[in-house]
Design a binder for this molecule. Sequence first.
Ligand SMILES: *Cc1c(COP(=O)(O)O)cnc(C)c1O
Length: 400
Amino acid sequence: MDGKDFIELEEKYGAHNYHPLDVVIAKASGVWVTDTEGKEYLDCLSAYSAVNQGHVHPKILSALIEQAQKVTLTSRAFRNDKLGLFYQKLSEMTGYEMSLPMNSGAEAVETAIKLARKWGYEVKGIPQDQAEIIVVDGNFHGRTISIISCSTEPAYRKDFGPFTPGFITVPYNSAHAIEKAITPNTAAVMIEPIQGEAGVIIPDEGYLREVEKICYTNKVLLVSDEIQTGLGRTGKLFAAQHENVRPDITIIGKALSGGFYPISAVLADRHIMGLFKPGEHGSTFGGNPLAAAIGYAALSVIEDEKLVENSEAMGAYLLDQLSEINSPHIKEVRGKGLFIGLELNPGSGGARRFCEALKERGILAKETHHHTIRFAPPLVIDKQTIDWALPRIREVLFLP
Ligand SMILES: *Cc1c(COP(=O)(O)O)cnc(C)c1O
């Protein structure tokens, strides 16, 4: 069987809910992936920032193999000897007192919504079933019914209603709009500090700090979705730290496993997380010993290899170099750390064809929102590899 056969199988037997580039990856290591024909590509998507540590990181792989030979799943009906250490590591690294482990990012967002509502009723005194959560235009928080209920993207919503009530949408990048939308029933504001799926949209300097202040003044929780921006992607552990903001609740996922396994978590201090009582929330796989061992190793790699610092340094270099490309196609290059969006002019025919052309030259990037190419390689990338990629990216951006 070759690449074409595998594509045919996917097309015939799998749901068509994605539109992938036709590269069939058979193995990977660090920043490189290899297709079924043996051709190598530089991965500039990192599985939407799930492999920040690089593909098949040896230390995380060892942790997985070692733990998989001992015990993989106990359910939370019993305790295991890995979960406590994972909690402790999370707390020490992030500064939050407690965490709640789930699997996918969407599940962690659902968990945060439940936690914020519960806080709204039990602490703030919002009348039953009246809690509101403010979200912003262009958000992406996942794909469950409740989460798409707060989406403003027609493709995510059409034909999937009826929706979950309790979400109020305001324009992104306007603290004033949030302030105006707050009512006595507002439990939380939920936000991505930098919008990923919307096309690496960075709000104005000071926005998040202002939102934090408004939340504090009005007794509203600030919930930050750092599933994509967190764990070093933007050159800080969390993107909110660029503004010295410490949200009440932070949601992480993706790179929490370094790409080995779906692991997500909600982070908060005791006075909020402590509101969950036995039986009120759970997950069969959440917090299992295999996930805890992998998560512990994935966090350790970020620390030990100084990936946050490398993201900052390499990101600044890549952003600077991309900004110097004088192509008529480029509308804007923006980014923080190794989270970079290159937006093309509307007349350039969309980002897809540029991603196809990059693929031909050995670079995998994915279009986001039609006109933006996202460059988000694993955080282990070095300058030499960036210098290998730059002439290829330049060439593609001068295609007619
Ligand atoms: C990917 C992502 C999610 C959803 O995570 P899944 O693991 O795909 O459910 C939520 N929020 C943001 C910001 C994301 O990038």
